[in-house]
Write a protein that binds this ligand. Structure first.
Ligand code: 13P
Length: 263
């Protein structure tokens, strides 16, 4: 049974002080929920990915709790002359256990190509960070019926050269680009259909048992009102949440919705 993972990707929002405030609120919600028969954190993995400048403050505030911390990117070297970049070692040292790789904003705005993303996945694994690999199609690709092929191609490229051991830690996030920050989300059925095809690709590449271990999230305009619809789908194992993950109260509502489903 895969434990669902709800992750807030804060993108370029929040100072360290604001991150600490969010952490305090989230922890107080979690404390309230601790008396439940089955505490939420036992049912859902909770992850927050702050910007680099707020990561260590957030990690310090949540240390020893059920809240995991992730980076939003890394550079695939241990250290070196790479101005403006952050290494997997540094993320790990600040308390991160996950890292988002290949978010469409980085692919589109910063021009990150498949080869570099492949190096990033390998670097994350080498340094013990669990990669959250993002894939997703544009609206034009969807209209042309290319969604599944395109996303499977992104998976194949980012995972090139890796064996089935990657399935022990890999998380995939299916984020259709047209659904990010637009309020227009893919229907749970559409997301399930694509995600099932991604899992099928993983099964062909690594075998069904390995593929069954990989958690695949949906991302794109997920909010408290619609999160349960995604999580009820058999192949959807969580959500990567942008805007609605910026307030602790709304993140908490989504965690509750996941726990209510008993997924
Ligand atoms: P929104 O939830 O704001 O649509 O963003 C999704 C996203 O890109 C998460 O990585």
């Amino acid at each position: 049974m895969r434990k669902p993972i709800l992750a807030a990707n804060w993108k370029m929002y929040k100072t360290a002080a604001e991150a600490k405030e969010f952490a305090d609120q989230l922890l107080s919600y979690l404390q309230e929920g601790a008396s439940l028969k089955q505490p939420i954190q036992e049912q859902v993995e909770i992850l927050v990915c702050p910007p680099f400048t707020a990561l260590s403050a957030f990690a310090a505030a949540t240390q020893g709790t059920a809240v995991a911390v992730g980076g939003q990117n890394l550079y695939p070297r241990k250290e070196g002359a790479f101005t403006g970049e952050v290494s997997p070692l540094m993320l790990k040292a600040e308390g991160a256990s996950y890292v988002i790789i290949g978010h469409s904003e980085r692919r589109q705005i910063l021009g990150e190509a498949d080869e570099l993303l492949n190096e990033k996945v390998k670097a994350a694994l080498e340094y013990g960070l669990k990669p959250i690999l993002c894939v997703g199609e544009t609206l034009e690709q969807r209209r042309r019926g290319e969604t599944a092929d395109f996303c499977r191609g992104q998976l194949a490229a980012a995972l090139a050269g890796l064996d089935q051991a990657v399935c022990d830690t890999l998380v995939v996030a299916y984020e259709p680009i047209w659904a990010i920050g637009t309020g227009e989300s893919a229907s749970p059925q559409d997301a399930q259909e694509t995600i099932a095809l991604l899992r099928q690709w993983l099964a062909e590449a690594y075998g069904p048992a390995a593929a069954a271990k990989v958690r695949i999230q949906y991302g794109g305009s997920v909010k408290p009102e619609n999160v349960a619809g995604y999580l009820a789908m058999p192949d959807i194992d969580g959500a990567l949440i942008g805007g609605a993950g910026l307030q602790a109260s709304s993140f908490w509502k989504m965690l509750q919705a996941a726990a209510d489903l008993g997924v």
